[in-house]
Design a binder for this molecule. Structure first.
Ligand SMILES: Nc1ncnc2c1ncn2[C@@H]1O[C@H](COP(=O)(O)OP(=O)(O)OC[C@H]2O[C@@H]([n+]3cccc(C(=O)O)c3)[C@H](O)[C@@H]2O)[C@@H](O)[C@H]1O
Ligand SMILES: Nc1ncnc2c1ncn2[C@@H]1O[C@H](COP(=O)(O)OP(=O)(O)OP(=O)(O)O)[C@@H](O)[C@H]1O
Ligand SMILES: NC(=O)CC[C@H](N)C(=O)O
Length: 634
């Protein structure tokens, strides 16, 4: 047996908070060491915060990170464990996204990331240079490049996040070169489905490379990216540890590294591949780490929790529906809360609460974060915090119904948000009278303008409130209405942070159904009783003005996600929705495509939004589409 204890640690960093980030990392490393860790894995860009984007073009920001790395090494010099953590490092004209290996007060080596994600929400190749196989150099007198580290307990490689997302990443050649343990430092943002992907991918890499993989992820949100934390340890394909997510701190497991070596010896395919590879392999520099790790003599063999090497473990206690909803709600709540807290600009969070679904979900998410953040103070103190922080404003016009008012009031009450009613009819009339004066003969205020002015009066009030109450004004549009421009510029499109802009309306409804079932809140029940309505004109219903939301969301997934032509979308819809008249379905497909293209100009001007899905409308971090375009190709 060659036992080691591996800790994967999640730290909640803020971009630029180099000192605060390192202070948190020192605490995590110290706690893990006290728990007996031999190796502690910390996240990607731990010192800078992720993602620093163009900030790494500021030399002083990069230099400060090296100083902080030295401080980290000093502050952990008494610990017996080896540690890996992330930072940006300059080398000549280039900057690299790196993993540093630290032990006994020394920075032992720096390994640059090789795979730089530049797709979806990532822009790394824009600012970083990539590490290359066989690179050997020094920075600040420390080895830099394609390195592996010989410790007293075994041979270790480090790599950075995306490096593990390719089967042809550096893990392969470093494993063939002798690494038995690969530490992956990650900043992997949450998006639906990613957890299963990570789990399978990490187990697969550990199996392909006959290696032990320890993976640590960042936790917390920065701008629109929400990192869900957690971590994994997988040995030659077998998952040994899955750390809890949405938590700071660490999780640890004992591992017998001899098992990795034994399986390599047994696996003739791996050995043959290694021999072939070794014949033309780039040289990988081995770093001797003379200081001894401590505490390993106390470690015990990791027996399976169910005390059987043959029987399956305990089944999952949760359903896929629960996992889906809880995960998404946690991610969105963390996104709102960290934005509120980390910007340091706000004292309160305000929602224009309509008695409708979208604004209710946004208010619920802010309340959920308060519960996560202050729940440990006890229920009364938590309620008090909610009352201090949350604000709900109901602003009825002549088109608002009594039912929505009741639903809004009850929901605010359920969620401990002070509730204020502010009618807008006077302002609505006054605005229309003034705008009349702007018009020339032949021009009249249109029906649409009459609708939009209501949304704009509300938005203006909300901004004036933010100025006076240090309020974070939550923007409440969902992704489906964003896709077809069913929002008003300067109206309900206003706000400081778009909370559910990446959540389709069918998912908004699904989450609220789930919340009604699990919380039994009367405010949710009253809200769900009425069909979704903008209430900007008499008898308005969103689905009648647009199309049924399941159809709209299908159009969106097929057209914007799968990049199908409208004719292909139509074909799929006909199979998917046989209950509707085919002519109507054809019209919906064509209408969606038209509205989608016509609405790009709208979503390019929406506020920063939380990303929780792979398909999103955001020109900075998702679909990059020109506003001015013709669809002569479609
Ligand atoms: N390509 C382009 N590039 C730049 N700007 C462009 C443009 N096309 C129009 N515009 C400008 O945009 C204006 C039209 O946009 P906008 O003022 O937003 O108005 P518009 O899109 O005409 O109307 C807003 C829609 O959102 C619905 N709505 C509003 C509010 C709440 C809700 C709800 O669901 O609760 C729904 C409402 O019922 C209506 O159908 C034009 O008058 C023009 O000034
Ligand atoms: N009477 C109102 N009082 C306060 N805010 C309102 C009112 N009507 C609309 N709003 C604001 O405008 C936003 C847009 O309205 P929209 O109808 O799209 O969403 P919703 O009312 O929250 O949900 P749903 O579409 O399911 O009815 C609301 O989320 C809310 O923030
Ligand atoms: N920071 C990264 O390299 C993240 C990229 C990786 N594909 C992920 O989503 O986890």
């Amino acid at each position: 047996m060659r036992l080691i204890r591996i800790a994967v640690a999640s730290v909640n960093t803020t971009v630029g908070a180099v000192r605060g980030n390192v202070d948190r990392a020192v605490i995590a490393a110290r706690e893990a060491a006290e728990d007996g860790a031999t190796v502690v894995v910390l996240p990607e860009q731990l010192i800078a915060g992720y993602s620093p984007e163009d900030l790494v073009q500021w030399g002083a920001f990069v230099d400060a990170q090296w100083k902080e790395l030295e401080r980290f090494a000093q502050a952990t010099s008494d610990l017996g464990c080896a540690m890996a953590l992330g930072l940006t490092v300059a080398r000549g004209a280039h900057v690299y996204n790196c993993a540093a290996v630290v032990h006994g007060g020394k920075i032992l080596g720096i390994v640059p990331k090789e795979k730089l994600p530049t797709y979806n929400v990532f822009y790394e190749a824009r600012v970083y240079a990539r590490g290359v196989p066989g690179l050997v150099d020094e920075v600040h007198g420390v080895p830099f490049g394609d390195l592996i580290f010989d410790f007293d307990f075994g041979t270790v490689a480090v790599e950075v996040c995306e490096d593990i997302w390719s089967p042809d990443g550096p893990m392969r050649r470093r494993s063939y070169a002798g690494a038995e343990l690969v530490l992956n430092i990650s900043a992997s943002p949450f998006r639906l489905g990613v957890v299963g992907t990570r789990r399978e991918m990490i187990a697969t890499r550990a199996n392909d490379n006959q290696v032990t993989v320890a993976y640590a992820n960042l936790v917390g949100a920065n701008d629109g990216l929400v990192f869900d934390g957690g971590g994994f340890v997988a040995q030659n394909g077998r998952m040994l540890l899955e750390a809890p997510r949405y938590q700071t701190g660490f999780a640890a497991v004992n591992v017998d590294l001899d098992r990795t070596r034994r399986l390599r010896r047994e696996n003739t395919t791996w050995r043959a591949d290694q021999e072939t590879f070794a014949a033309s392999a780039p040289s990988i520099r081995r770093i001797a780490c003379p200081a001894m790790t401590t505490g390993r003599e106390k470690l015990v063999y990791p027996v399976p929790p169910n005390r059987s090497f043959f029987l399956p473990g305990a089944p999952s206690q949760t359903t896929p529906r629960q996992d889906f909803c809880e995960d998404l709600l946690d991610a969105l709540a963390l996104g709102v809360g960290d934005y509120f807290e980390k910007t340091g600009a706000f004292k309160t969070v305000g929602v224009a609460l309509s008695g409708g679904r979208d604004s209710l979900l946004c208010l619920y998410l802010a309340r959920r974060w308060i519960s996560r953040r202050y729940g440990s103070l006890g229920p009364e103190a938590e309620k008090q915090k909610a009352k201090e922080i949350l604000r709900a404003f109901f602003m009825p016009s002549r088109y608002s119904s009594g039912e929505t008012c009741k639903a809004a009031e009850r929901a605010a009450n359920d969620l401990d948000a002070p509730f204020v009613v502010l009618p807008i009819d006077d302002a609505f009339e006054r605005e229309l009278r003034e705008v009349e004066k702007m018009l020339q003969p032949g021009e009249t205020i249109t029906t649409m303008a009459r609708q939009n002015v209501q949304a704009r009066v509300r938005a203006e009030r909300m901004w004036t409130w933010t100025n006076s109450a240090a309020g974070l004004f939550l923007q409440t549009s969902n992704m489906s209405e964003k896709a077809v421009g069913y929002t008003t510029i300067g109206g309900d499109m206003e706000g400081a942070l778009s909370v559910i802009a990446n959540v389709p309306k069918t998912v908004v409804n699904y989450l609220l159904d789930y919340l009604l079932e699990t919380t039994n809140m009367e405010g949710i029940r009253l809200t769900l009783e009425k069909p979704a309505s903008a209430e900007l004109a008499d008898n308005q219903e969103d689905e009648k003005e647009l199309m049924p939301f399941p159809v709209l969301d299908a159009c969106f997934a097929l057209y914007a996600g799968e990049k199908m032509a409208p004719s292909e979308v139509r074909e799929v819809l006909l199979v998917m929705f046989p209950e509707y008249d085919p002519k109507v379905v054809e019209n919906w497909a064509a209408r969606f495509a038209r509205l989608f293209t016509q609405s790009i100009y709208k979503w390019v001007q929406t506020p920063l939004c939380l990303h929780v899905g792979n398909l999103d409308l955001d020109r900075e971090r998702a679909l990059q589409l020109p506003v001015v375009q013709r669809t002569e190709w479609g």
